[in-house]
Structure formats: structure tokens, C-alpha cells
Design a protein around this ligand. Sequence first.
Ligand SMILES: Cc1ncc(COP(=O)(O)O)c(C=O)c1O
Length: 427
Amino acid sequence: MTAHPASIDSSRESSGQPVATGSAFAFRPASRIEQLPPYLFARINKLTYDKRRSGCDVIDMSMGNPSDPPAQFIIDKLAESANDPRSHGYAPASGIASLRREVASRYLRKWGVRLDPETEVIGTLGSKEGFGHLCLALINPGDDVIVPAPSYPAHVYAVALASGNPLAIDTTQPDRFLAAVAERCESPAGPPRLLVVNFPHNPTATVVEADFYTDVIALARRHSFPVISDLAYADVTFDGYESPSILAVPGAKDLAVEFTTMSKGFSMAGWRVGFCAGSPRIIKALGTVKTYYDYGMFRPIQVAAVVGLRDGEADVVAQSEVYRRRRDVLCEGLARIGWPVDVPKASMFVWARIPEPFASTMTSMDFAAKLLEEADVAVSPGAGFGPAGEGFLRMALIENENRIRQAIKQIGRTIGPVLRSPAAPAQ
Ligand SMILES: Cc1ncc(COP(=O)(O)O)c(C=O)c1O
């Protein structure tokens, strides 16, 4: 959920100077902005801010924002390239050729997928930017677009900002999700304009095996609609699980594209390095929109990303292990205090059903606020990911193991006695 209408300061223009006071200038943002819902994480963010200001050490597991730095050789390359006087002009908007080549090489190594770096790969300012602009490239006003529920907010609101109509379908059981998409295709409404899939899924950490994508492509081909796969968590997988790529399905490149990113596995979230790969026609459409909105990534970032993709695989694996250990500490700790949760195979999140007796009496927002107020632990309320997220919390694995242990202690002190009471046995 990108912006809350109320957060827009209508009394200033971009210079920062007030342009009008009182009712003399009745500013209203465009209706595409006004249709956006209230920012549901605002209450948790404000509580966290207030607590921190009062000196409280909040253990923050609310955002999927990596807290570890990238590998040192990637940072060194960035610095070296930034010191080159030729680095500071506009870079090619679609990404320098060596970066697109490196993405293609990694697809071949990791998924056995052959890509033409000239026509089947484009660099984006993080995958979120690419997704938003791709919505502008593919969606006409009023088009129905199927997105996963619960929803990573950009999947819903980038569609809405492109004047499309997002239809959120439960994605936590992938086969049922696909059956629901097929049902929609057979209904009088016909196929959607576009299908968005996201596995490993944010926020629920649901994963799929390769044959799921075979079925997706078969359905999309039968009903002639394009597919966007958001593979942001491709590099954060545990216990031998490997995220498949939709592009490994024969013929997928006719109608599908996939987003990958260096934000998560490479811990480069602030660098804004993402990629879209697959159908040349879709890549071209995205490139066309991007031409009018941005000039691509800063060249030293691209140069550093090249060496990261080429030589950083061991660091990606090591980073996954860091998340795996945090996952174990968190899941085992929660189970110990009487709050068992599903153990994720991938992603940076634990999607925890709110335990009784709280689930029957509190919304996810109220329960998240309680953990923050009484245990000093910030998590994301499931409702922030749409109505399908109600009854759950999302915990991001971004604090270190000691801080996660401390969080469990504090949560245990706050709700443990109730969880273990005879009136509310552990589930
Ligand atoms: C599912 C999903 N897609 C995309 C993104 C955006 O990633 P990037 O940093 O590449 O824009 C995120 C970030 O949290 C995400 O969870």
C-alpha cells in the first residue's frame, strides 16, 4: 500500500514552499491516488517510532528489509567503479550489456534456462519498480488481473494504479489457486488480462515445485493470457529446497516473464537491482514504458552487480544459511512457549497463525500492537496483506539469533502464561 491520501502534504509544492493556506487552494490528488486504501502498517510504524523515541529497544521483525551487508568484494567493486570519472553519466536504461549477460548466465547455471541477453533480459530499479511499470505496459483500464492473496501490497496496488482491477485469490494452496484461475477462465467473464504468481510467497512463504509452473503455462496458453512470476525470494531457500523458475517450462518465454532481484539473497535491497526476463515482446513493452520514466541504474551499481552475480554464489548460499538458522531459532522458540508455527522452506518470513485465546478476541492489528506495546517486538499484522491475511502475523527474519531469542523471551513473558493455561492448551 503505497501512500495514504492523508499523508500527502497538500500545502506545499515540490520546492517545499507553501503554495496556499486554508481553503484558497483545494488540492486533491488524482483519483488513482485517492482510491488507495489507508496504509495499514501506519499504526505499527507509529508505535515503533514512539517507543524508540522514548528510549525503548524495539526488536523489529516487521519489514522484509535485509539487515546484513552484501559481500565485501561487491562493495569494493562499487567503490572502484564510482572512482572512475567515466561512471557518472546516464547508463543504458535497460541495463549494461555485461549485466544482462550475467543474468542470462545465472539463469542457465541455476535453472537450465537459455535467455538472449539482448531481447529477453532487462534491468530494473529493483523488481518492484519493474513490476509497477510492467503493469502500465500490460493493463488497460478495467482489466481483471489475478494476484495472490494474501497480497504483497505492490501486487494489488500497482495493478490498481495502472487502472486495472486486481482479483486476489488465495495462494496458500497452489493447486487450488490454479483451479480457481481455471474456473475463472471458463466462466462467462473469461480469462483474466494477466496472471501474477509469487512463489516463494510473501507473506505466507508458500512454495511450489516445478510441475506447478507447467500447469500454469498450459492454462495460460489455452486461454491466451500472459503471466508474471515474481521470484524475489529465489535465493533464500532452506533444507535442500530450490525455487523453480517458470521460464524452465518449455515455451514459457512465449507468454511469461519473471522478476528476480539482488535485494534479498545478495542483501542489496537499498541498491535497487532487479531484473525481468522472459518473453521478448513483454520485455520490449516494459522497456518502452521505462524509457519514459527512468534512466536505469547508476553504472557503478551495475558493474558491482555484474561481479556479484558472477562470483557471489557462495555468499548467497551462506546468507540463506543465516536466514535458516534464524528461522530455526524463531520457530523452535515459539513452539517452546506454546505457539507452534509452520516452518517455512524459503523466503525471509514466518507466517504465524495467531494463537488462541487471542485469535478469537483480537484482530491481527490489535495483536501486533499488543506484542509491540507489551513485549517490545514489532511484527506485521496479517491484515496489512489484505483480508486473507487476517488471523496471522508475519515475522521477518532480519534480527540476529540473539535478538530473536530475546524476542521469544519477551513474547513468552507477555502471552506465554495464557498460552499454557488449561483454558487455552497449546495447539
Ligand atoms: C514478493 C516481493 N516482490 C518484490 C519485492 C521487491 O523487491 P525489490 O527490492 O527487488 O524491489 C519484494 C520486497 O519485499 C517482495 O517481497
